[in-house]
Ligand binder design. Structure first.
Ligand SMILES: C[S@@+](CC[C@H](N)C(=O)[O-])C[C@H]1O[C@@H](n2cnc3c(N)ncnc32)[C@H](O)[C@@H]1O
Length: 233
């Protein structure tokens, strides 16, 4: 299994923090909002529940969950890059019924809670962790019995498949050149390598079941370009 370098990843997200939302919208043609909403619909957070958004970045998932768990629940948005977390904090000033708190912390250093979460989501976070397997184990340890977790990320399709071919074209000829306009081509060129090192849907399911999850399913979306993993403890 590949291990990402946490320090480099943190540097990347601190560097791109101010442009992150704009680039996400441009590079996904606005579709990332609907993929995120799709994950939330599948997870179905309820009023009163305690949720965590790990690797929250600029906080889109936390803000979506906020609406669903209000007014009695809570959302904790966690990220280890301070600049991107600052963007999340500023965005959340403009929402009603604010039940989100933000925490700067590495996912692997999360031990200190005196409660467990009813649900955890991670959107485009798992692939960026230094160790995917331990990331899934960490999520398991933070969940209540019967808690659920959902992950959205690039789908690692099988080599030489049509989705893998299109993904390569998209990353090399759309993502990196557009990021280049913002002088962020180096930061965005790591995505292709990170997908190559990321487990496929079926491998993610095996890791989850070995980590103790009771049930799991993986769904490819956007013609196999992205994937959603849902786990139940
Ligand atoms: C691609 S962004 C995703 C942001 C957001 N969830 C979204 O979907 O737009 C990945 C985020 O993971 C964070 N991250 C990476 N490794 C982390 C770790 N070990 N602990 C906490 N955050 C981490 C990065 O700082 C970055 O903000």
């Amino acid at each position: 299994m590949h291990f990402q370098n946490t320090k480099n990843i943190k540097k990347i997200f601190n560097n791109i923090s101010q442009k992150y939302d704009l680039l996400n919208t441009l590079l996904s043609f606005g579709l990332h909002f609907s993929w995120k909403k799709r994950l939330i619909i599948l997870l179905d957070p309820k009023n009163g529940e305690k949720w965590a958004d790990l690797c929250c970045g600029t906080g889109d998932m936390s803000i979506l969950i906020n609406k669903m768990v209000c007014p009695e629940g809570s959302v904790l948005g966690i990220d280890n890059a301070s600049n991107i977390l600052e963007v999340a904090k500023n965005k959340s000033k403009y929402i009603n019924n604010h039940v989100i708190t933000w925490k700067k912390k590495d996912v692997f250093e999360l031990n200190e809670f005196h409660y467990k979460f009813d649900g955890i989501c991670m959107s485009y976070g798992l692939r960026n962790l230094k160790d995917v397997e331990n990331g899934i184990k960490k999520v398991y340890s933070l969940l209540n019995d019967n808690g659920k977790a959902g992950f959205l990320d690039f789908n690692h399709s099988s080599k030489n498949s049509i989705p893998a071919f299109f993904q390569k074209i998209y990353l090399r000829f759309i993502v990196v050149p557009i990021a280049g306009i913002f002088k962020l081509q180096n930061e965005y060129s790591y995505i292709e390598k990170s997908i190559n090192n990321f487990p496929s849907g079926s491998d993610l399911i095996s890791i989850a079941m070995e980590s103790g999850f009771k049930s799991s399913y993986y769904k490819e979306i956007c013609f196999g370009q992205m994937g959603i993993l849902i786990l139940n403890k």
